[in-house]
Design a protein around this ligand. Sequence first.
Ligand SMILES: [Zn+2]
Length: 578
Amino acid sequence: MYEWQLNDLYESYESEAFQQDLTSLDDFKIEMESLSFEDTIEAIKAVIDVKERLYITVRRLSAYISLSLSTNATDEVSTNYQNVLSNKLNQLTKYQAKMDRFIGETQVDISKDAELIEYSFYFKETKESANYLLSDEVEETISKLGRSAGHAWSSLQGYLTSQAEIEFQGEAKTLSELRNLAYDTNAETRKAAFEAEIALYDQIKDAVAFSLNNIKSQVLDVSEMRGYKSPLEETLIKSRMSQATLDALLTAIQEFLPTFRRYLKHKARVLGHKNGLPFYDLFAPMGDAKQTFTVEETKTYLVDKFSQFAPDLAEMTATFYEKDFMDFYPRKGKRGGAFCSNLPFIQQSRIMLNFDGSLNNVLTIAHELGHAYHGTKIQSHRPLNWSYSMPVAETASTFNEAIVMNHLLEEATSNDEKVAVIEQYLQDVTQIIVDIYSRYLFETEVFNNRMSSFMFAPQLAEIMLNAQKKAYGDGLDEESLHPYMWINKSHYYSTSLSFYNFPYAFGGLFSRGLYEQYLAKPDGFVEKYSKLLETTTVASVEDTAKVMGLDVSQVDFWRTALSGIETYVDEFIELTSK
Ligand SMILES: [Zn+2]
């Protein structure tokens, strides 16, 4: 009961269903070759029909393979099938581009058709992105070359950061083992682990610098060929978000940086530092959370808290425990962290965790269940309307965290417990606001420089330090920053997603803004919230927010979202000043 079941996807790789779906990809190729691209409603419907079936098949196959790999990374059978699938998909790229171009260029009025009208937003979006499509052959070439260009550089970064080891207190430690020690209760351990971590980067920083430079130059080249003004514009378009909204978000963040610095400087003083917090104490735990949970206790706790918000969220939560939709404990070969994978084609989701019974883990489960809840709201859409963009992806998840956090604060009886909960919260929000802001500044600068020069590791380190100084200010000790944060964050190493940073700030603050609204006016909130989640896949970020009467392109919305944080900083300072 502690491991998830994937039987609802396929019984096994050998099963007839899996093998049939895999070979059906070849049939799809034949089917797509014979499609007629006449500009008629019938031809459009035929294309949409193929796209829907193909999309479901591909998602089912890849979900089964990647979920299997996530709990057993070295499984050869899964790795093999992953390769088979990626080869087959590569052969379909050309036809996919052809279909997208057809949909993008059609002159037929689809609003006259009762079925197609559900795809109005999809058609509008495909039409817009068709402007950035290159010829079929070039699209195919980019996709094929990606395997030995961008993807290769990205796997090099993944490989080096997961394989590198260094001796720490007599034992060989990997990067992620050392980074986990940043949360240790012992101050000396945190500092020593940080020093070992920095020393470890020496082994790999030059190679990883090549990865970063080459990925960024590929993004710049392809993005320019497609006709985007910049990689940032490309990200914003793909995120269904306007520059005005990003500007409003960044303005509010800049205004609130002093609040975060107040928290950091106070934390530094309490921990005995004079000139702001050293980077290695950013995650130092404070107070005493004491509470530990068994899996069963997390179920009782979450079902109870969620039922006070929305009955369908509580019901869904119980189902996830009862039907084995979650994989709880760490084991050999299982990847770290936690995630939720929506499987709308079977109206389910799966959640992977590395459960250790801590309070923090309860928040993680709540977070992932939020993603699953979001999944239940979008699965009634037609298949091509199942994907939401990065900025809204973290709405339901962080909203769930806010629900639990609120209860934890109310329930905390001792000072120590309160400090632990508030500090944990401030730590998290500092990451998604201040650290994310530093990452945004860093990536902007790297793209700007890459147009004219190659940046070796020392230069990248300098850009990172400058970004951290701008974001953290005197909150952090200038003598103890982290020059190599660009090495360990995989987000920088993607050719398909640039600026995978501001969406975190957007999501975290957007849900905070929603939560403030819920606290102010709980009546009728859940229905509107439900509608908002449903809208995320068929509207721009701005129009999604309008469902609740919110204007995310205005700085004021973000100010309200951030204002709640001020109260927590005050409370934290008061509680720890006695
Ligand atoms: Zn998430």
